[in-house]
Write a new protein. Structure first.
Length: 418
């Protein structure tokens, strides 16, 4: 299905393909020039047979729009999408190579290099998860390393669409390369959530450190069985770094770290010589309410009418968040032990619906976890959902800044955008 020569017409009338820079089972990647701005971009031409009908192309466009709202120095930004006869995704161009190519050429990374890679990827995942987007296909082939060694995640959101198409053309009983990095719940066909991506992150770190994926099984059933026994080949690895990888590769999502932000913090602490946060990830957490169920409606697309939060919020959002602080504090004090379950209804009031009656959005659950992780206590996911996405994000950002201020913050890193 290779495209020998670039199409005569520019993609979407403005992106002229100039050089093929990669190809695989789902797409070809071309370097291109944006005729409107003069900027170089990457254009991924998806093999048309994978998206054969109007419905599949419409889903591609919806996924691309959702991912286009992610702005982070560790996420390759989606700039445009063509859901026509020749489906294409226009991406920010990263001058570098995939992690899989780097490992194949140079072998495993050092422990320090693995920890730095993991912290950057966890940061990117945390940004996406708090905005309701799950990657679903975290693997070395979807990690790009630029010339400065900075890690970028690519292909957010399209893994499910292309995976379904590949299943129709793959011999039954075989394991495609991407499946070796899938969490057990994905292999079983169960619902997924943010912690599903943490399994993929653990698999990437395992391969980066050892040169091999966590398991070498050749069938889905064999892979599921191998996952129950834990990862292989970690003898001699520093205990703190091993703890992070093993925690991410836990069979049950509930036994994995609470969120990607905690993984990033643990890896940075390990790099600074403090193994305690990393070792703590390996401890089995106390029983908690099921936070995975509310994260099943993925991805959550922010309506176009809602302004996107930025790293430097405008005065209007700051004012909205400040007004929300008082409401949240009053509401939080009324909730017993700040549980995810609602407090008993007051005398004379009608019964409060249970969370199961109205599923909570993934971003609200993740933000509530982030608040508790930084401050010990905080508002419930339901309270944050009631505030609305922008105000909830600003409130949690402000609270986390307050709660972590004494220990000092960690400056952002990575390559800036054009």
């Amino acid at each position: 299905m290779a495209i020998a020569t670039p199409p005569a017409r520019p993609v979407l009338g403005r992106y002229r393909l100039t050089e093929r820079i990669g190809m695989g089972g789902t797409a070809e990647v071309w370097r291109a020039t944006d005729l409107t701005s003069g900027r170089e971009v990457a254009v991924k031409l998806l093999h048309a047979h994978l998206l054969p009908d109007r419905a599949s192309k419409a889903r591609l466009a919806a996924e691309a729009r959702a991912v286009g709202g992610l702005h982070h120095p560790g996420i390759v930004q989606v700039l445009d999408v063509d859901a026509g006869e020749q489906p294409a995704i226009v991406l920010e161009l990263v001058d570098g190579e995939s992690l899989s190519a780097r490992l194949q050429r140079d072998g495993p990374l050092t422990p320090t290099g693995t920890a730095k890679l993991g912290a950057e990827l966890a940061d990117a995942l945390y940004h996406a998860h708090t905005r309701g987007v799950i990657h679903r296909d975290v693997k070395p082939g979807n990690v790009l390393l630029d010339r400065d060694g900075h890690a970028w995640l690519v292909d957010f959101g399209i893994a499910r669409l292309l995976g379904e198409a590949l299943e129709r053309t793959t011999q039954p009983g075989s394991v495609m390369g991407t499946l070796r990095y899938m969490a057990p719940e994905q292999l079983r066909g169960d619902e997924v959530g943010p912690r599903t991506d943490l399994y993929g992150l653990g698999a990437v770190l395992h391969e980066a450190l050892t040169g091999r994926p966590p398991h070498g099984a050749a069938t889905p059933a064999g892979l599921l069985e191998a996952q129950r026994t834990g990862p292989r080949d970690l003898d001699g690895v520093d205990r703190g770094l091993e703890a992070v990888i093993v925690a991410c590769l836990a069979v049950s999502p509930r036994d994995r770290p609470l969120h990607a932000g905690r993984v990033a913090a643990a890896l940075r602490a390990w790099l600074d010589g403090d193994p305690v946060p990393a070792l703590a990830l390996a401890k089995r957490p106390a029983p908690q309410p099921d936070r995975d169920a509310p994260t099943q409606a993925i991805p959550v697309v922010v309506p176009p009418s809602v302004p996107k939060p930025s790293r430097r919020p405008g005065r209007r959002l700051v004012a909205l968040a400040s007004a929300a602080v008082g409401v949240l504090l009053i509401a939080a004090l009324a909730m017993a032990a700040f549980s995810l379950r609602p407090a008993p209804a007051a005398a004379g009031n009608s019964a409060t619906p249970t969370p199961a009656a109205t599923p909570l959005p993934a971003w609200a659950v993740t933000l509530a976890d982030r608040y508790r992780s930084a401050c010990g206590t905080g508002p419930t996911a339901a309270q944050l959902a009631a505030l609305g996405y922008p105000a909830a994000v600003q409130e949690v950002d402000a609270a986390v800044a307050r709660c972590t201020a004494p220990a000092g913050g960690h400056k952002g890193h990575g390559k800036g955008r054009d």
